[in-house]
Design a protein around this ligand. Structure first.
Ligand code: NAP
Length: 249
């Protein structure tokens, strides 16, 4: 019997990351995911993954911390024996207009959303280079392409992910590792639930397909990029946004 592949997903306890974890588990992969504070959600997600007949491990680790990521990767390797797919999904928002934005609000978002991606790629690529195979999928955002009022920190981090994706894709290609980014548009999760109905209505008008996306829409594309069907794709940015990044005119 062929050995099961292992996918490591950062921020897999809730939202889009959880949907990605369940989707890859359905495809027969063992799952390791990180979370940062919500232990109850992580426990619940482990149980849901195990029901799919694969192994699951959750590790409390802040992706912004180089040391904690090292610990996460060691734990994953110890329990599963390999890391074949890395999904850099963990992300936060700390929105504010430039004039009101505090230095910590800028630094925190860059630390988690951008440095977190570097930390994980740095540790996992070593393992994938030895294996001479691997798929790295970075979850960015169309805000990194379009910008957004009140999100200079988030937009900078998400645009930075495109730079990491293309550089890492070039650097790791010779070892059989692909690196791609997904740029979701407006997706229904706890991150977006806090926005006002008025704001949501305005967003809807800017989406050519006329509806808000679901976590499943994103997970489906991760599933494709993590599969052998995507072996010849690297360094790409795929928008999953109902056409929003094209602009509404
Ligand atoms: P979410 O519902 O807020 O979930 C965030 C996840 O990340 C949780 O599992 C959380 O763990 C984890 N996390 C937060 N900070 C972390 C840290 N420092 N270290 C490790 N894990 C951490 O977010 P989401 O809406 O699913 O978003 C997931 C990704 O998609 C993010 O990168 C986001 O920027 C991107 N995205 C989202 C949308 C959207 O419309 N929702 C659009 C474009 C891009 P705990 O449970 O422990 O808090």
């Amino acid at each position: 019997m062929e050995k099961k592949k292992t996918a490591l997903i950062t921020g897999g306890s809730r939202g889009i990351g959880k949907e990605i974890a369940l989707h890859l588990a359905e495809k027969g992969m063992n799952i390791v995911f990180s979370y940062v504070s919500n232990e109850a959600a992580a426990k619940n997600t482990v149980e849901e993954i195990e029901k799919k007949g694969v192994k699951a491990l959750s590790v409390k680790a802040d992706v912004g911390s180089f040391k904690e990521v090292e610990h996460l990767i060691n734990k994953a390797l110890e329990k599963m024996g390999s890391i074949d797919v890395l999904v850099n999904n963990a992300g936060i928002i700390k929105d504010n207009l430039i004039l009101r934005m505090k230095e910590e609000e800028f630094d925190d978002v860059i630390r988690v959303n951008l440095k977190g991606v570097f930390n994980c790629i740095k540790h996992v690529s070593k393992i994938m280079m030895k294996q001479r195979s691997g798929k790295i999928i970075n979850i960015s955002s169309i805000i990194g392409l379009m910008g957004n009022i009140g999100q200079v920190n988030y937009a900078a981090a998400k645009a930075g992910i495109f730079g990491i994706t293309k550089s890492a894709a070039k650097e790791l290609a010779k070892r059989g590792i692909t690196v791609n980014a997904i740029a979701p548009g407006f997706i229904e999760t706890e991150m977006t639930n806090t926005l006002s109905d008025k704001y949501k209505e305005a967003i809807l008008k800017a989406i050519p397909l006329g509806k808000i996306g679901s976590s499943k829409d994103v997970a489906n594309v991760v599933g494709f990029l993590a599969s052998d069907a995507a072996n010849y794709i690297t360094g790409q940015i795929i928008c999953v946004d109902g056409g929003m990044a094209m602009g509404s005119i």
